[in-house]
Ligand binder design. Structure first.
Ligand SMILES: Nc1nc2c(ncn2[C@@H]2O[C@H](COP(=O)(O)OP(=O)(O)OP(=O)(O)O)[C@@H](O)[C@H]2O)c(=O)[nH]1
Length: 400
């Protein structure tokens, strides 16, 4: 049987001494495009060595030509924000009634979207946390407090934040929201450049597609133009169209949380390997409680697949709510006993060829795989075996 990973994938044995390969192509002395500083992280030690030399030569060149200090060159080559150790911390900001509380309640507390009509206004900084595979901490800034006020100690507020989410109500007059958004973005880029800045262009439900896309483009363009005029054109801002009445808010929140997870590259690598080995069309790792996905493989995402997987996780979460969240069986399983594994499979298209396979990784994480022809019930043994190994690897990733 072809298996997915070697037993010691997380603690590989020391790399063998490289032997010269007579057929290997020699790299030219100038920098080729394929090995630019942004090339894949899966490069070999040899490539790393070459890359380091290339960076050093570039730094020396720039320093000697322009007298630019070494650190500045390195800063340009690094991503603008870095994943922090510790829990993802999100700060929600935006104008009055833009939907900040609703987003948190619907995504993290499973509140029904219709019930958000009766939410009270937020008058002070409110914090909350979701206990899951990691603890996701959220905070909301009341509208009357502006982060850009000179009397405001923004260091105390922002020093532990991973991402600021600006909620912009597209159904309201949004020019004043853009002005405050720019103020906050400039403050962040000048004092806290490592914080990711995300804009939710919110309440897109009930709008025509054309109006939605035009407004989305207009908001993005205005923000980019204003930031460029202020000399911060290179500041990366991510934009999402969201509504609490469909899946868009979960998808957007998934992408924001993923950016803050130091385990993301490891999870993506494991999912890519699983998909290629078992011929799986698409694999998602979902947080079972909140329906946000914390990682997916590199293949293209289709909205329909995501929606089906998301609804399926919802059903499983509801059933777990009724029959108990904890795996008492697993907790009691002693040595030699086989622990209970939460696993299920459904087919969802009319031809019956497409399956969704769900397997619980632990109490909070679920693996969902969309499988088509060529990777179905007849390959079940192989899939189960490989998913079992993936499960062990993931548990170790989160244990470290
Ligand atoms: N149509 C639509 N309405 C929404 C959406 N999200 C929130 N709302 C509504 O917007 C209103 C305001 O929502 P809140 O969550 O209280 O907004 P907020 O920004 O927290 O408000 P303050 O705390 O007063 O600043 C509520 O009536 C929600 O039902 C959405 O995606 N679509």
């Amino acid at each position: 049987m072809r298996t997915l990973f070697s037993e010691n994938i997380l603690s590989p044995s020391p790399a063998p001494v490289p032997r010269p390969n007579p057929f290997e192509l020699l790299l030219p002395s100038s920098a080729p495009a394929a090995t630019s500083p942004s090339a894949s992280v899966q490069s070999s030690p040899r490539q790393h060595e070459w890359l380091t030399q290339y960076l050093q030569s570039q730094q020396q060149r720039v320093e000697s030509e322009e007298g630019v200090p070494l650190n500045h060159v390195l800063d340009d080559l690094r991503p603008q924000y870095a994943r922090r150790k510790g829990n993802p911390r999100l700060l929600f900001m935006g104008l009055r009634k833009s939907g900040k509380t609703s987003v948190q309640k619907v995504v993290f507390q499973k509140m029904s979207p219709a019930d958000t009509l009766f939410l009270e206004p937020t008058t002070r900084i409110e914090t909350d946390s979701l206990q899951s595979f990691v603890t996701i901490e959220t905070a909301e800034m009341p509208t009357h407090l502006s982060a850009a006020l000179p009397t405001w100690d923004h260091h105390a507020l922002f020093s532990t934040i991973g991402a600021v989410i600006w909620v912009l109500d597209i159904q309201d007059e949004y020019l004043s929201s853009i002005a405050s958004l720019i103020e906050t973005a400039v403050l962040l880029v000048e004092h806290h450049p490592r914080i990711a800045f995300e804009v939710f262009i919110h309440k897109t439900d009930g709008l025509s597609d054309e109006y939605k896309h035009d407004t989305f483009r207009e908001v993005r363009q205005r923000v980019q133009d204003e930031l460029s005029d202020l000399g911060h054109g290179d500041r990366s801002v991510s934009y999402y169209q969201t509504s609490i009445f469909d899946h868009s808010i979960f998808e957007a929140m998934s992408k924001v949380v993923q950016k803050l997870l130091p385990q993301l590259p490891a999870m993506e690598t494991l999912l890519n390997k699983l998909c290629s080995t078992c011929r799986i069309q698409k694999a998602y790792l979902f947080d079972t409680g909140s329906k946000i996905y914390v990682a997916t493989d590199a293949s293209p995402t289709f909205l329909k697949d995501y929606e089906v997987c998301s609804d399926y996780v919802d059903v499983v979460a509801d059933i777990k709510q009724i029959y108990g969240w904890r795996h008492h069986g697993r907790a009691r399983a002693g040595e030699g006993e086989v622990a209970a594994v939460g696993e299920s499979m459904v087919t969802y298209d009319q031809s019956g060829d497409t399956y969704v396979y769900l397997r619980e990784i632990d109490d909070h994480l679920s693996l969902l795989c969309v499988m088509g022809k060529g990777s179905s019930v007849d390959k079940r043994v192989l899939i189960d075996y490989n998913v079992g190994i993936l499960q062990q690897a993931l548990l170790q990733v989160f244990k470290v």
